[in-house]
Design a protein around this ligand. Sequence first.
Ligand code: NAD
Ligand code: MG
Length: 381
Amino acid sequence: MKKILILGSTGSIGKNALDIIRNFKEEFSVVGLTVNDNIDLLEEQINEFNPATVVVKNNLKAKELRERIGTRCRILEGEEGLLEITKFEDYDILLSAIVGFAGLKPTIEAIKKGKRIALANKETLVVAGEIIIKLSNQYHSEIIPVDSEHSAIFQCLVGEDKKDINKIILTASGGPFLNKSKEEFVNVTIEEALQHPNWKMGNKITIDSATMMNKGLEVIEAFWLFGLSKDQIDIAIHPQSIIHSMVEFKDGSIKAQLSLPDMKLPILYAFSYPHRLNYSQILTDIKKIGQLTFFEPDFDKFVCLKLAYDVIEEGGTAPCILNAANEMAVEKFLKGKIKFSQIPELIKEALDVVNNHSNATLENIFEADFRTREFINNKFK
Ligand code: NAD
Ligand code: MG
């Protein structure tokens, strides 16, 4: 029985993970759950999964939950609570599924405990990839990707030698605006941007998919996770989202991983690796799929993609600045404060203005995140 701690249990990934655990009661148990402020859903999850400890980030909501459920389980609160649960709870696997930069610190604590990290929070690798990979080697903490593209590549690489890779090909659905012109980006609405054609996900990553920053963040995530050069990371638009990514080897052979788009599969794999469990709920009838198509991404239309490749080149805190600016820009767009087309403009401005620190320490990374948010907030005062 593997004991699982879920950071972000009320989110899209968190709920999918609980669905998996519900299906595999003999294999997995829940020892801890954390949420930002959705205590109604957390209370239901406590009743069903009986965790030893939960964390509510919002202090007022933590107090309210204590009043509701008493001492039925330990309730911690705030950012300290997130660090405490990852440091002291007894668990085998951390599912890191908080959205954004907020996932970084608790994920580091779990790495330092030498735990397996089922990593959904791609921002952790984007902002601090070099440090994270070093720590995971130092503390023998396995990082198993949950992001479907990286899970696909990870699966394709089982039994292979990294030296034999020519390149990896990250597939991208292209999001809801694949067929819109750049000029039309000025007028797209929040509702349109939140309509992803193939995946149902949290709001932040759904907007990232519409700008294609999601693929940009995934390029950086792959860069650190698989230790490749940026020229070895290619992107193919594949609107059906059936092939989740591919690896091309030296001899020209290409391996791919396929399934219907459903995050339960990469979550289950990150939990069960190196084994596979019997799971018949998401079987892909390949004869019903019809066509699979692939084409080049448009870097001129989706500026965020180009910015992501650029910050890999720049290194230091540049990816952190890109990430913080993106989180802020997405938030401003969702609040109706900026147009969709302004998201890449704001990010570009932040990258030009905020000081990049090479050979970044963790301290430099927290500073860069803070400065970038401050810069963008000041613009909207
Ligand atoms: P979501 O918005 O649906 O859920 C986020 C979860 O984190 C919630 O439980 C929320 O309570 C918690 N949370 C939010 N802000 C927090 C904070 N400041 N402190 C503590 N907890 C906080 O997000 P999601 O779509 O599940 O995505 C989670 C992560 O997984 C993201 O990094 C995303 O890029 C990645 N990811 C998601 C998908 C997907 O299909 N949803 C696919 C691949 C990768
Ligand atoms: Mg993905």
